[in-house]
Design a protein around this ligand. Structure first.
Ligand SMILES: [Zn+2]
Length: 456
């Protein structure tokens, strides 16, 4: 169903009989402007490896291939397939740079993932064209076989046992794994991610963004027009950087969910290993909390407007909100209660503080970006030591709401971090190398004091 509309999307809904699963009606909604999405994604993820993507108006041949990818995905929906956000996690990151391997296996095992384009590939790897797009692959063919293959000599009751045997057998090969799109805690089941290690994949993705940014003005230039394309693509680039960090952040306090029938052995829920969580924190310290100054392009900002300090801080705040949420602490504490090798919540909080406040331990000057980050950190921890307002979200409260920091150790850890930090910033303020660093640290000391014993 072609929709002459500027909505940048496509969908493949179906109506099925809830008793049998039989699909009774199905169609694809094809909005004209899905091409806008495709162009933006492909340029931001694949332009370093495909020179056809280095302009605003793609050639029909390239756009046709990109449309084939989306339409194949939507046909998957019309046949009853769900999103398989776990599929991309079954491929090793380094293999996504191996030209021959990618030619044979693609960069994700399912076209029903949101695996978009191979952003791990680096110029020089020799991966281009069709090997950068998703394809109908191992999982998809298997899912269709499961759903549609006739099993002679069975009926609706007896075929279930055969299907379950098939699943258990197939799952010996990870490429047939399904990871839901609705799990908030499993770092394997994320959209827009690639490979089995978000830290490695995101590092490669960022290297590609760093190649794109200096070229963005040239690639978006349109004779006789202003800078709206440049503005759009710069926002897309910032959004993509945010996604790469988000993929990594989900490893912290992450919980793998591997649904199983009772015939299958092993746990369904398993915590992400301590070493992996520490790797994620190191990544965030290096790529996000150490100011990503490469994102600030003065030439671009002079043409599209925008504020360098705000754009950096908004990237950092989004991740900090997750890292310092009650939910993150409660998950860590739960793991610690049952697992002796867990990443302890208090150790994690201390590690995070050490990275964000590295200057004060080294007696160094703190620049404006880092002063903003440190203020955001204190603000986020302050939320944890305050009783949440019951009126904030009445619906969530009725449903039992999220975890309350006051009835867990989350508030105690936050209070301990703020108390220790207050002593540290006071000492550092006394020896601050410049006046702005001193003002900032004195201010933080006051803010922390107010958070710990509010004067109403
Ligand atoms: Zn879809």
């Amino acid at each position: 169903m072609y929709k002459p509309s500027d909505v940048p999307n496509a969908s493949g809904p179906h109506v099925h009989d809830p008793r049998s699963g039989e699909i009774l009606e199905s169609h694809i909604n094809w909005y004209h402007n899905v091409m806008y999405l495709l162009r933006n994604w492909y340029l931001i993820q694949a332009a370093p490896n495909d020179e056809r993507a280095r302009k605003m108006q793609f050639d029909d041949e390239l756009m046709g291939e990109l449309i084939r990818f989306v339409s194949s995905h939507e046909v998957g929906h019309t046949l009853g397939l769900r999103h398989n956000f776990g599929s991309s996690s079954t491929y090793p990151v380094e293999k996504l740079r191996d030209k021959n391997w990618v030619k044979e296996h693609g960069h994700a095992a399912s076209i029903m993932d949101y695996a978009r384009f191979n952003y791990v590939a680096q110029p020089g790897d020799g991966i281009s064209g069709a090997d950068l797009y998703p394809r109908i692959n191992y999982y998809d063919k298997w899912a269709i076989e499961w759903g549609y293959k006739e099993i002679p000599g069975t009926n609706a009751d007896t075929e279930k046992a055969t299907l379950n045997k098939w699943v258990i057998n197939r799952l010996q090969d990870k490429r047939y794994w399904f990871g839901t799109e609705t799990n908030p805690d499993d770092p394997r089941s994320q959209n827009e991610d690639l490979g089995d290690n978000a830290m490695k994949a995101s590092e490669y993705g960022i290297k590609n963004l760093q190649r794109i940014l200096p070229n963005l003005q040239a690639w978006t230039r349109t004779e006789g027009e202003g800078y709206s394309n440049l503005s759009t693509m710069y926002q897309e680039l910032l959004g993509q950087f945010g996604r790469y960090n988000g993929h990594v952040a989900k490893n912290i306090a992450g919980i793998y969910e591997t649904p199983k029938t009772v015939e299958q052995s092993g746990a369904v829920y398993e915590p992400v290993a301590k070493a992996t969580q520490q790797e994620a924190l190191r990544f965030l310290n290096a790529q996000l909390f150490t100011t990503p100054t490469w994102l600030i392009n003065k030439d671009i900002l002079e043409r599209v407007g925008g504020n360098a300090t705000t754009l950096i801080l908004s990237q950092q705040e989004r991740v900090l909100a997750r890292l310092l949420s009650t939910n993150t602490f409660v998950k860590l504490l739960n793991n610690e209660a049952v697992n002796p090798s867990a990443y302890k919540a208090a150790d994690y909080a201390t590690d995070l503080k050490k990275g964000i406040f590295s200057e004060i331990y080294a007696g160094k000057s703190i620049d404006i970006y880092r002063r903003n980050l440190q203020k955001a950190y204190v603000a986020q921890l302050t939320k944890l030591v305050k009783e949440p307002e019951a009126s904030q979200n009445p619906m969530a409260m009725m449903m039992g709401g999220g975890p309350n920091p006051m009835t867990s150790d989350a508030a105690s850890i936050a209070r301990a971090q703020l108390t220790a930090l207050r002593t540290e910033v006071r000492t550092a303020a006394a020896g601050a190398p410049d006046s702005m660093t001193r003002f900032h640290l004195q201010d933080l000391s006051e803010r922390i004091g107010q958070a710990l014993s509010p004067k109403s």
